[in-house]
Ligand binder design. Sequence first.
Ligand SMILES: [Zn+2]
Length: 548
Amino acid sequence: MRLFILSMIFLFTLTASAQKQQNNNSNAKPKLVIGIVIDQMRWDNVNRYSAFFKSKNGFLKLANEGASCNYTLIPYVHTVTAPGHAAIFTGSVPAIHGIVGNSWFNNLTGKTEYCVEDKSVSSIGSNNQTSGKMSPKNLWTSTIGDELKLSNNFQSKVFGISLKDRGSIIPAGHAANAAYWYDGESGNMISSTYYQESLPQWATNFNNLHKVDEYYKQGWNLSLPKEVYEKNCDDDVNAYETGFYDEKVKINFPFDLTKLIGKDYKRLFSIPQGNNLITEFAKETIQNEHLGADSITDLLTLSFSTPDYIGHNFGPYSWESLDGYIKLDEVLADFFAYLDKQIGKDNYTLFLTADHAIAPIPGFAIKNKLPADYYVSADLAKDLNSLLTTNNLKKELISSVYESTIYFNHKLMDSLQITDAQLTNLISKFLERKPNVLQVVNNRNAALAPLPQLIREMLLNGYTPQRSGDLTVLLKSGVIDGYPTGASHGVFYNYDSHIPLYFYGKGIKKGNVNRMSYMTDIAPTISTLLGIQMPSGSIGNPILEVLK
Ligand SMILES: [Zn+2]
């Protein structure tokens, strides 16, 4: 009897411990986190385009089966690629993470710098040396991937993939195993010696397949009958479109790309198949680097660059935009099905967002009676030159004009005894008479600017003394600092700053979040899900409604 009771107790303990084990498993962390950035996506794209998607397994899988944060805003200016990727993965803003633009004028060195340039490293995977001299050294704070690695003595694997170098290097972070990006000269996926000495054999094998030639052979054909585009988009060909890449010829569908085979590899950036190359390379990375293969969480960051080129060239209301998103949706559906099979349905967590959105092309807006115009930085620089000359001042008082930002030459100002306030007043009074200018803000005093708090904060969050200009020229709604044709982005208006945000998979509660959330909330949300430290500069709040 005693023995029986003892064995009963033993059995009970065993069952209880097995139960506990099982509970632990259901609470276990995802084996793989996938952070997806669509380079240039408006929040309303899924609403506008979902009726034309071929299945419910791409964007709609995230919208219907995941959590959708419908009022996610970018909390800083400039709303461009590099600061966007940095903010998503650091949870921080340019004032803290340092990435104030895709490029900037460095006030300390007096030189223009590219966000991920690093002359101390070299290319691997291509003979083109300039395309690989890249690393994350200009990013000042840690990323989700860095913190994930710190949480377990660097056992997690972290990889970044994008067509754009900055779209892969910044999200992957400082301690990444590797970041891979596309070299438009060789048509290869490449990397730099910052990460490793040479390209792994599997990546070389992938490059040897020359998939880009295959994509060029396919060309760009419409996914649906042309009547769908006629009814739901602007005209196919317009004088205000930039056209296909840098070609001045306006082209109608279908786009024949066969003449590019074997040579012009940079065109891949602006055709939908650029997205196919990214997911095909991602699958190879997952398989060969064994991502999500054990209980230690890995991170894969993917940035789809093609929508940005299509948006700039043809605008967000074009046939090309609609067709590009239909095709991107198919690529995502295929990739999600692959993840279910390879990693397992309940073993991964995914988020999808955008680095920025986009304004309508001014020509399209004007045609439809909406306020719009161009005020290009090059013209702004010319206007400032003539202002200084007419006031008998040296034009060198302005060091640089970049993306509606004016950099003062403080050394020269000191020697001529011109104060910051004097130069600010002169320029503000002059520019604020121009019909396209809303107001000019001195960035150091942005907290006092006569603007809504939200906009003041965006200006403050985007400013750092070493890399930012002294004045920001705020343009009126619809006025873009772009090209003589095409669309652009970079300012505080909602057409640039309202982005999509979806979470899906392990640990995610399905539903809608209809309060305001911010791009900087993504990193702390993922940190909370994984139980790891927030990135060093993170200023966001975890979006607790999306977590189970
Ligand atoms: Zn862009």
